[in-house]
Design a protein around this ligand. Structure first.
Ligand code: SAM
Length: 354
C-alpha cells in the first residue's frame, strides 16, 4: 500500500505539486461537477470547445477556461484541437457515489475548518468546528441536526453512505444471533435499529445518543412501522459515570468508537461489557484502515482522521484493527470472532467478557 519507492524524481516532484495545489484542484473539480461541465461532456459524448461549453452551461468563457484548464491538469479532461472531453477520472468525479459523498462532505463540513488543523492538534480541541460553525460545544455531535442545511446533508450523506452499505450484509449475520435485547450505542437516526427491528420482530433495541438524534430516530421508526421495538435513552456517552441499561444480549457499536480518543474507547467498551447478561456480546463494526482490500479504502479512511481533529472533537481518528485489539483487551473483553469485508470495508468484531 502506498509504495512510492519506484517513483523517479520528476514524478515525485509532480506528486508533490498535486499536494501543494490540492485545495485549488479540489474546488475546480467540484465546480466542474456542480456547474454541469462534466455532465455536459458525458451526455454529448463528444469533445467540445470553450464557447460551446460556455453557451450550454450558461457560464462565461473565462469561467470555462479556468475550470477546464484545471480539469485538464488534474486528468479529468483531455484537451485536443481546442476541445475538451471527459476522462475516466472525470467520469468518476461525476458519477461515483463514494467520490460524490466524500467531496460534498469535504466541502460542506470540512473545508473551512481544516484551516485550523494546527490549532486543533495543538489544543486537542475542534477549533475548526468552533470557529466555522460559531459554537463553544466541545464536539460536533450535539450540533449534528442543527448544522447549516448543506453541512447537515453532507455529514449524514457521508455517514450513511458507508454504514448503509455495511448494514445490508451485516443483517444476514445478525438475524441469526436471535438477540432479544440490544443497545445501539451512538445509534444516530436509527438506521441500524430500524433495520434489525424490521428483520427480527423479537428484538427490541434501545438507542443511546443525544436527544436530538433519538427524536429523529423515533420519527423514522414510526415511519418504518417498528415503533414498538425501538426505544431511546438520551445520555452523554462521554460521562463514564453513567451506566448503560444492563442485562442485555447485545451491545451494538457501529461506526461509533472512532468518534473517541483511546481512553474514552476503553471506558466505553468497559461500560458495554458491564451492560451484558451472562451470554451477552459486544458487536463492534468499524472500517479499519489496515483491513482494507484496496488502497482506495485506506486512503479515504486515513484522510478522514483530520476531520475528527479539526471538526469533530480534537482527539479521535480512524483506527487500525490492531489498535482496537489492544483496547478490547484493556476493557476486559476478548474477541470471539472477527469478519472483514462488509460493505465498503467494515470489520465486525464480536466480543465476549474475558
Ligand atoms: C458516526 S455516528 C455513528 C452512527 C451510526 N451508529 C452508524 O453506524 O451510522 C456517531 C454517533 O454517536 C453519537 N455520539 C457521539 N458522541 C456522543 C456523546 N458524547 N454522547 C451521546 N452520543 C454521542 C453521535 O450523536 C452520533 O449519532
Amino acid at each position: 500500500m502506498f509504495d512510492t519507492s519506484k517513483m523517479n524524481a520528476a514524478d515525485s516532484l509532480l506528486e508533490a505539486q498535486k499536494i501543494a495545489f490540492g485545495p485549488i484542484i479540489f474546488q475546480c473539480a467540484r465546480l466542474l461537477r456542480d456547474w454541469g461541465i462534466f455532465e455536459l461532456l458525458q451526455t454529448t459524448k463528444e469533445a467540445l470547445s470553450v464557447s460551446t461549453i460556455a453557451r450550454e452551461c450558461n457560464l462565461s468563457e473565462y469561467t470555462v477556461k479556468i475550470l477546464c484548464e484545471s480539469g485538464y491538469s488534474m486528468g479529468a479532461l483531455t484537451f485536443t484541437n481546442e476541445k475538451y472531453s471527459l476522462t475516466k477520472i472525470g467520469y468518476f468525479l461525476q458519477n461515483d457515489e463514494m467520490t460524490r459523498a466524500n467531496m460534498n462532505y469535504n466541502h460542506d463540513v470540512n473545508y473551512l475548518g481544516l484551516f485550523y488543523l494546527d490549532e486543533s492538534l495543538q489544543n486537542e480541541k475542534p477549533i475548526g468546528l468552533q470557529k466555522i460553525f460559531d459554537t463553544d460545544e466541545p464536539t460536533i455531535y450535539p450540533l449534528l441536526t442543527k448544522l447549516p442545511s448543506k453541512a447537515k446533508k453532507s455529514w449524514f450523506g457521508f455517514d450513511h453512505f458507508y454504514s448503509d452499505a455495511a448494514f445490508t450484509s451485516l443483517l444476514d449475520i445478525m438475524k441469526k444471533e436471535k438477540i432479544k435485547t440490544m443497545l445501539d450505542v451512538g445509534g444516530n437516526t436509527g438506521k441500524w435499529s430500524i433495520a434489525i427491528a424490521s428483520a427480527s420482530p423479537n428484538t427490541t433495541i434501545t438507542i443511546l445518543d443525544h436527544q436530538a438524534q433519538i427524536d429523529e430516530a423515533f420519527k423514522c421508526a414510526e415511519a418504518a412501522n417498528v415503533k414498538g421495538q425501538v426505544y431511546g435513552q438520551a445520555i452523554d456517552l462521554l460521562d463514564h459515570t453513567q451506566v448503560f441499561p444492563s442485562n442485555v444480549d447485545a451491545v451494538w457499536m457501529s461506526q461509533f468508537l472512532d468518534c473517541f480518543g483511546e481512553n474514552d474507547i476503553i471506558n466505553l467498551l468497559r461500560r458495554a461489557k458491564n451492560a451484558l447478561n451472562q451470554d451477552g456480546k459486544v458487536y463492534i463494526v468499524e472500517p479499519f484502515w489496515d483491513r482494507q482490500s484496496h488502497e482506495i479504502g485506506a486512503y479515504c479512511l486515513i484522510n478522514t482522521s483530520p476531520y475528527f481533529t479539526a471538526l469533530a472533537n480534537g482527539k479521535s481518528k480512524m483506527y487500525r484493527a490492531s489498535e482496537f485489539e489492544v483496547f478490547i483487551q484493556q476493557a476486559g473483553l476478548k474477541i470471539d470472532k472477527q469478519i472483514d469485508g462488509f460493505g465498503f470495508g467494515h470489520t465486525l468484531m464480536i466480543c465476549k467478557s474475558a
